[in-house]
Design a protein around this ligand. Structure first.
Ligand SMILES: [Zn+2]
Length: 554
């Protein structure tokens, strides 16, 4: 027979997502592709003297996980910042913040992540004075988990030049205090960008989110090196969770260039799609850049072909765009786009054959996003576009059937839900009406409506760790008022592997354990089908292979 395979994986419980052969016990890999799938006895026969043999020891073997909504650059950089997850109140926060400051004496801006909206107490807004009390003498700022808000102390506001306010884009706000000075709360990227510019990577990690353009000033050779080192660490971290592919949800040419160089240097542990990020202040002609990115980045490791947009903010800061005003207010949130401009953008992007992914959290934002996709269909004709709506947190019942009707993909992060097991579920009644609760975070209802559902984390909003997110989908918390949105293990795994391969138009090349497919494979620590659902979050990847290359070994 032909050459012996490079690697064989034996004694596994393979979930192949190949409908003709859904189950198998072993597979073989050669030249970066899966070359055979079968029983352990059959595959063992193929092994030669130089073949690496991996014993799965009865554990689940899957196509490599694809996280279809991440912010890779930001997530990678943030692994090095102070993490305030679960730390609440001045008494708990102050010693942690001061210790971090002492450990980082040369940092121009001390920066922390995962700061809860209610970190100073339930219903209490965080101000610069709160942060001054923790750290008065050095610039200090903290990021909310959703990355839509930064709170800064007085020194940090001065450093960013926004203590006296400033001009921002639509939907953004430098919140001002009664004293005429900035309160410390900076809502949305254009409000907090002047502060973020002083972080370790000079805000280069956030340029793809804030402007979608390349960082200014142009990065030096040394900057590129520092940035690639951070991304390399981030990708290795992803691989340690069984991830072989990523869909970035912010982007610019700079990020795509870095990833392309890293792939050529053999430093990429994951494949990555990098979108063109279209902002509401951009003229329609800026879509030419999306065409350039698509033409320039075409490898299996780094490619483009997608336009990302934001329709609104987030519920927690009441910037998500709602049909009805927030409880006790006359405020419906903030539209990032005028509806006409968004529709025109969708028509242009769709006419170019681009896939569109739009952040839409509030019920009016979701409606307007679906309207934009419908406008594209009406104008350009229906095609296999696989346009995506990201997040879908508060859905109006009238819009539920429109996903299936329009063939629009629901891109969901199970770990974001109040019942997802990561965020503190309290306080939703302050920002949502009772009538909105039944169809909020309604993954189960959306799937049953016939829509395609794909899963992701939106790292670093929550950790990129796959299995806690899967646990959140399969065994969500039971919370009063919310409907049961639990998902079957098989649907959940599908939405994290084959479904995500499909949404990137690569269903013929990855997402199944099948001969001829890319050898993107994860061997798990356990047989997931025998693990109690509530314990799924503690299982992990034992081996990760991307293109037949070992990117993680426990
Ligand atoms: Zn995101």
């Amino acid at each position: 027979m032909a050459q012996a395979p490079d690697i064989v994986i034996l004694n596994g419980k393979l979930i192949t997502f190949d409908t003709a052969h859904p189950r198998a016990g072993a597979l073989a890999i050669s030249g970066g592709l899966i070359c055979a799938v079968g029983t352990t006895a059959d595959i063992r026969e193929l092994a030669g003297q130089k073949t690496r043999v991996i014993d799965a020891q009865g554990a689940t073997v899957l196509p490599g996980f694809i996280d279809s909504h991440v912010h890779l650059f930001g997530g990678s950089v943030e692994m090095g910042y102070l993490d305030l997850y679960g730390i609440q109140g001045a008494d708990q926060l102050t010693p942690v913040v001061r210790a971090y400051a002492a450990q980082n004496p040369d940092e121009a801006l001390l920066f922390a992540v995962q700061a809860d909206y209610s970190m100073m107490g339930p219903g209490r807004k965080t101000t610069r004075h709160d942060l001054d009390a923790m750290l008065p003498d050095r610039p200090f700022a903290v990021y909310s988990p959703c990355h839509h808000t930064i709170w800064a102390n007085t020194k940090a506001l001065e450093l960013g030049g926004v203590l006296h306010g400033g001009t921002v884009d639509a939907g953004a706000q430098i919140v001002m205090g009664d004293d005429g000075l900035a309160s410390g709360e900076l809502q949305e990227p254009s409000a907090y960008a002047p502060v973020l510019r002083h972080t370790r990577h000079s805000g280069r990690d956030m340029a793809g989110l804030i402007t979608g353009a390349n960082p200014v000033p142009a990065p030096t050779g040394a900057d590129r090196g520092v940035d690639k080192d951070a991304i390399e660490r981030g990708m290795k971290h992803c691989a340690s969770h069984g991830i072989t592919g990523l869909h970035l949800m912010d982007g610019n040419i700079y990020q795509a260039e870095l990833l392309d160089e890293m792939a050529a240097e053999g430093r990429s542990a994951c494949r990555a799609q990098v979108p063109f990020h279209y902002k509401s202040f951009d003229p329609l002609d800026r879509f030419e850049e999306a065409g350039e990115m698509r033409a320039r980045f075409t490898s299996d490791m780094v490619w483009s072909g997608m336009a990302k947009m934001f329709m609104d903010g987030v519920v927690e800061s009441k910037t998500a765009l709602m049909i009805a005003p927030y409880p006790g207010t006359d405020h419906i949130g903030d539209a990032v786009f005028e509806a006409d401009h968004f529709n025109a953008a969708c028509i242009r992007a769709d006419a170019m054959g681009l896939q569109i992914a739009t952040h839409a959290i509030g019920d009016l934002a979701i409606r307007r996003t679906l309207d934009g996709y419908a406008a594209a269909q009406n104008s350009n004709g229906k095609r296999d576009a696989r346009h995506r709506v990201e997040h879908i947190e508060v859905l109006h019942p009238d819009d539920l059937p429109r996903f299936a009707d329009l063939d629009v993909v629901a891109s969901i992060q199970p770990g974001h839900a109040p019942f997802g097991g990561y965020f503190n579920p309290e306080g939703m009644d302050e920002v949502m009406h009772d009538h909105q609760i039944p169809l909020s975070f309604a993954w189960g209802d959306i799937r049953r409506s016939g829509a395609k559902v794909v899963f992701s984390t939106d790292w670093p909003v929550i950790p990129v760790d796959v299995m806690p997110n899967i646990k959140g989908a399969v065994a969500p918390l039971k919370l009063d008022g919310f409907r049961d949105q639990s998902q079957s293990l098989m649907d959940t795994l599908q939405s994290y592997t084959a479904g995500n391969a499909w949404v990137e138009f690569n269903e013929g090349r990855k997402g199944q354990l099948k001969s001829g497919m890319m050898a993107d494979v994860v061997v798990m620590s356990h047989d997931l089908e025998t693990v109690e659902p509530g314990h799924l979050g503690t299982t992990r990847a034992a081996f990760t292979l991307c293109g037949g290359r070992m990117t993680w070994e426990a």
